[in-house]
Write a protein that binds this ligand. Structure first.
Ligand SMILES: NC(=O)CC[C@H](N)C(=O)O
Length: 365
């Protein structure tokens, strides 16, 4: 028996506060995911407003414009018939959170705030955001009126919950939560969450890319499951270069990976994943089953939608011929290549955006 799901992760070259440009890249990524047959599309961290808005995260306009972009995405016909999550800042009870917003056919399903923030290196997330600390707890989020008037929803669940479709269970871990020893994916996996989406803003450091991909693979190794990592790409106005390398891993093996240094502004990778592979792998690890049987449940948001294709039993199943997953192989860049490629890509982005604003500056003279 097979139960195949087609899932998409996206690498986007976003720019801080470029709401229109960011929107167009998000819509393009959804379209590409849909054309590839995906029923779920995820994207990088804070993709709506751009990661490096810095003290603009203190301005309510940054939040308002993010909702306006979300409205465009939710109401676009391209977004129909698939579950989508996007990254944006959300203010809940006067506290700013770095969130994933998941929706399906014009309705918001869940707002999932980041639970472990990053303050190493050049990261200073806790200057602008607060981590959500209420584990496995949901509250009502009162939507802005521009959203209510279109979706008809006054409140939506906000917090540490998961989404249950008719055939699987979906959870979220946002960037640094993967890097922390007490990663969220451990509890998620034990509670039967089969697909874990991570929207990230991970920047380039020499010889760091393999660490991110190794973490993604190991997140799905001990406990089984499918781990889907979407990262930003390029320079978004700050000093760092985001690293790309979005990837998908199943049961410890990386089955798809995007490029690390590229000038592509939108890169979508999709994979066919058999949910039965996850179930068989998990059930065979007896010690995991024992611990999982004792796990306390996450609040589940039910959605009347099936991610898998075909019929899940009987002779008429259409997907028998599809192969089960195969691990992909690639060569890591040498340090010398990284030194050549990273700064060059950063400079290219900066130049590209400078050229865009140059005519405006000339008009001001
Ligand atoms: N945005 C983040 O949470 C960053 C997480 C992680 N430390 C990284 O470098 O990729």
């Amino acid at each position: 028996m097979r139960r195949i799901v087609n899932l998409a992760v996206c690498t986007l070259n976003q720019w801080a506060l470029d709401f229109e440009g960011n929107l167009s890249r998000i819509l393009l990524s959804i379209q590409e995911a849909k054309e590839a047959g995906a029923k779920y599309r995820s994207g990088p961290e804070l993709e709506v407003c751009g990661y490096s808005c810095e003290d603009h995260f203190y301005e309510s306009d940054t939040f308002l414009h993010s909702w306006e972009v979300l409205l465009e995405v939710i109401t676009s016909p391209i977004s129909r018939d698939m579950i989508i999550d996007v990254g944006m800042p959300v203010m809940h009870k006067n506290v700013a959170y770095n969130c994933r917003v998941a929706f399906y056919n014009g309705k918001i399903l869940l707002i999932r705030p980041k639970m472990i923030l990053c303050d190493d290196g050049n990261y200073r997330e806790s200057r602008w955001f607060t981590p959500w600390s209420k584990v496995k707890t949901l509250e009502d989020y009162y939507l802005p009126r521009i959203i209510t008037s279109v979706t008809g929803q006054k409140t939506v669940p906000f917090g540490d919950g998961v989404i249950a479709t008719l055939d699987t269970c979906i959870g979220f871990e946002i960037c640094e939560e993967l890097w922390n020893p007490q990663s969220t994916h451990i509890e998620l996996g034990l509670d039967g969450v089969e697909l874990i989406f991570n929207g990230s803003g991970s920047y380039m450091e020499l010889r760091k890319a393999h660490v991110a991909v190794d973490l993604v693979a190991s997140a799905s190794a001990k406990s089984g499951g499918c781990y889907l990592f979407s990262n930003l790409r390029g320079c978004d106005g700050q000093r760092v270069y985001f690293n790309g390398c979005s990837c998908i891993a199943v049961n410890g093996g990386v089955i798809a990976r995007g490029s690390q240094y590229s000038l592509k502004q939108v890169e979508v990778i999709t994979s066919l994943v058999d949910l039965e592979d996850i179930r068989a792998y998990r059930n065979a690890i007896r010690s995991r089953s024992l611990v999982a049987s004792r796990s306390t449940p996450y609040p589940r948001i039910n959605v009347d939608f099936t991610l898998s294709s075909g019929i899940d039993h009987g002779a008429r199943i259409v997907d028998w011929a599809l192969p089960s997953f195969q691990c992909s192989s690639w060569q890591w860049h040498s340090p010398e290549d990284e030194i050549a490629l990273g700064p060059a890509c950063w400079l290219w982005d900066y130049l590209r955006y400078s050229i865009n604003v140059l005519p405006c500056l000339l008009l001001l003279l």
